[in-house]
Design a binder for this molecule. Structure first.
Ligand SMILES: [Zn+2]
Length: 263
């Protein structure tokens, strides 16, 4: 059966001498892994369309639910080549690409996640062009704005996948508090901490004290429209505080299922 969809290349792995396994983020099939025959031959029909981050219309051939359908066509909609040129941008995008690869399942369609990823790439690219053309040369890279976009992606992505940390109030009883417990993925109030055994974590701090601005900022990012996000100008400290919380939370979630599998 021939199937058509759209996809953004998240990752490619070489297979044999000249073949590739291409992992796409798609709106219709979640993570889609396809087999591309001889894409590196000079006259390959795929051209440069299999480069990471390329957004294309694709067709693939395979039985329904086949594990590795064969890619038959890919026509570039937008190459995002600028994002591969600048290492500073590319490394930031690798962060959200890896997060997405870790959480998204095959055959698990989610249009909202696809659009969030696409919008984030578009905004980073637009920002790169604007910075490059502006008279106040900032070396073509604005750390605050790209960190804001990366944090915004993480917050909304965790919400859409059901892994959002709870930062507004105690996750057990709902009363107010500002101590975030990594193993609980939540703020806990003092009396709930006394009643429960909070896990001590290997190599990770078990608790972080949150500032009021970061709690407000996080809860605002949950609801603010991504396409308008660059209108706000949070301080570098606020962005760093949020990055730290999100990264510890993500690290804990990713390590947990792996441990469970080996037991
Ligand atoms: Zn409580």
């Amino acid at each position: 059966m021939l199937t058509r969809t759209e996809g953004i290349v998240l990752k490619t792995i070489t297979y044999g001498e000249a073949d590739l396994i291409v992992s796409y983020l798609t709106p219709d099939f979640g993570l889609l892994k396809t087999f591309a025959k001889s894409p590196r031959k000079i006259k390959s029909r795929f051209g440069s369309s299999l480069e990471p981050l390329t957004y294309s219309k694709i067709s693939f051939w395979g039985k329904e639910h086949a594990s590795l359908p064969r890619l038959t066509q890919s026509d570039i909609i937008h190459s995002f080549h600028l994002l591969r040129e600048r290492m500073g941008y590319f490394f930031k995008i690798v962060e959200i690409t890896e997060l997405t690869l870790n959480f998204i399942q095959e055959m698990d369609a989610n249009k909202k996640i696809f659009l969030l990823f696409l919008d984030t790439l578009k905004l980073i690219e637009e920002d790169y062009k604007n910075t490059k053309n502006s008279s106040n040369k900032e070396n073509g890279f604005n750390t605050s704005r790209i960190n804001l976009l990366v944090n915004n992606y993480k917050v909304k992505f965790l919400k859409l996948t059901g892994f959002a940390p709870r930062i507004d109030s105690c996750g057990r009883c709902g009363s107010s508090g500002n101590n975030f417990y990594i193993s609980q993925g939540s703020v806990l109030c003092e009396s709930c901490v006394k009643q429960s055994s909070v896990l001590i974590l290997n190599g990770l701090p078990s608790m972080i004290r949150l500032s009021l601005p970061v709690m407000n900022f996080y809860n605002s990012l949950m609801t603010w429209d991504t396409t308008k996000i660059l209108r706000i100008k949070p301080s570098i400290n606020l962005l760093e505080e949020l990055s730290n919380i999100l990264n510890l939370h993500i690290k804990y979630i990713i390590s947990k299922p792996l441990k469970a599998q080996t037991q």
